[in-house]
Write a protein of this length. Sequence first.
Lengths: 378, 342
Amino acid sequence: MDQPDKSTRRRRRPARPRFQMRVSTKYAPRKAVDGKPLSCSTETTLNAEQHLDLYRYLKLTRLVEERLVNLYRQTKVVGGVFRSLGQEATAVGTAYALQPHDFITPLIRDLGAVLVKGIRPREIFAQYMAKAWGPSGGKDLNIHFGDMQKGFIGPISHLGDMIPVMTGILLGARMQKKKFVAVAYIGDGGMSTGAFHEGLNFAAVQRLPLIVVAEHNHYAYSTPTSLQTAVRDLAEKAAGYGIPSHIVDGNDVVACYEVTKQAADYARRGGGAVLIEAKTYRRKGHAEHDDQRYVGEGEVEWWEKNNDPLDRYERYLLECNHATKEKLEEIDASVLREIDEDCAWAESSPMPEGEQAAYGVFENNIVPPAFRPKVLEG
Amino acid sequence: MSTAVKKEHKSARPERGGQATLVEAIRQGIWEEMERDPTVFVIGEDVGAYGGAFKVTDGLIDQFGKERVVDTPISEGAIVGAACGAALMGMRPVAEFQFIDFISAGFDLLTNYAAKCRYRWGAGIPAVFRGPCGSGVRSGPFHSLNAEAFFLNTAGLKIVEPSTAYDAKGLIKAAIRDPDPVLFFEHKKLYRLPRLREELPPDDYIVEIGKARVARSGRDLSIITFGAMVLTALDAAEELEKEGLDVEVIDLRTLAPLDKAAILASVKKTSKVILLHEASRTGGIGGEIAALIAEEAFEWLDAPVIRIASIDTPVPYSPPLEDYYLPQIKDVVDAARKLAAY
């Protein structure tokens, strides 16, 4: 039998070049110079208004969470409170780089991204307090809801699952000739799931404009990254999908903004999926109840003192004359007012009626609500 | 050595109606829905050029293009997740599992995402998750599953399994138009069974989800079943008829939500019940229906409710083993005789 002539075949179809690792480190964390406290990247396209906007969202995120902790201690929060303390810049900076019609699917520690997408603090408070006026009517907790108009799809607790779901959002959008990009957030822990791999692999194969922001915050509940993965940088994992990646200082909100803007431009141009690893640090435990006994001594304190994203941004704004101390205080006051108002609104909401539990499993015009059956009444 | 293999590529548009087997009926149904509604699309492994492992999607890619007939990696998580995402965007995905056995690899996204989305924030997932199920075709432990019991305890998933070509077409269309996620199980033994070939009407019709069918009307006892076991029940009924027993066969068609009214009506009519299914006995749907009958039709019963199901083992490969595993016509006939004499 004739063998196909491999030499001529090779000539006709040149072999694809071997995939080159494309990890961009332009925005990677830098060591402090001469003991000077860390600030933010000064190379930026942000204008004056945007600079203040970013500050507002950072502050809003932190203060909403602080208010949630207060509510929790007053036993008004029904479940746990999950803080993003120390890593707010990643969520805020990356989400802020998107267009209003772009989509996000955050993780529990990405409240900042949710707020940037236009979800109001009142919705968050009502969700945490399991109130009837919350977007899920008390059926699910915290940021586990969605708002398709705002391009916000809440996560579920199963880490990684939102990557294939977001891939589907983009696949559907492509069929509908809608043009937008999406950011799916994941962490050093969530990247170990099968769903993460399946979703990103499929997005990469389909060249869908999916930007995966991998927040490397050192702990998944109590498990350190060293027990989660053997790679040094999470960004290396991009090579397995044939997509480019970036490493960004996750505590530098300007860098997070710029790197996401670049990734979004690349995705919008049809380049396909991108992975961004944001190096940051989770200063609180998994949730409020977690005593962080697994954290090395002095670690949290070091990050608090030397690498707090809000401190860094404030310093940057003042040093670069993007804002005055007074202006920032003015913003702080307005953020507090909004939180007071929204918290009061949420507290004034009733709890849901118990019977509401029966509704909404299916479209109830087709399948009736799942009411409790009456015993022995036929 | 002759290596010439004729590639038979049946990519023509199926007829609207006409003589059809069960697999052709499903193909017709999907095809017509894709013509009717541009949001309907197909996603799965080898569904494109190859037309699917059982050729359910054969020819769709030529007609509708690869944009609407999406070949995926071997990645059930990606298939289910992407179907959910696209459904949130207002698309109507028809996702294929190459064999229903592989639904386990998409279990998390099905039960946690698809099933709970409407309940959690009012966002329905109008997606169909379909694939070949069932044993009796000598396919061993990984290509023979009946998966319904895995999902019965998950609120938010509808489960459908047709046993006739007419129902298969009407139900797949209803499933595609349904605003909620539907698991659509197709018994692979029935796909090309000549016995099921029938004349389908040329017009657009659906079979409502949630409604059982009286496959055979009778007075003496009821066999409540679905899928390929409907044929086993009908064959048993025919044999029992010779002995003067008038057996009713209820084809559930939809397993979730169950057609309680149809089940109870049959029980009240015959007062003796056999629950027949192909999945293993313990934890199977038969137990659920037995409990329903015990709670709501206790005083109508003249005999214990009998379950006939497969034994509690994986599905074995070798024919004598699989035959022992599966309920046979004889099992049904024997049980019916005992029940009649009770």
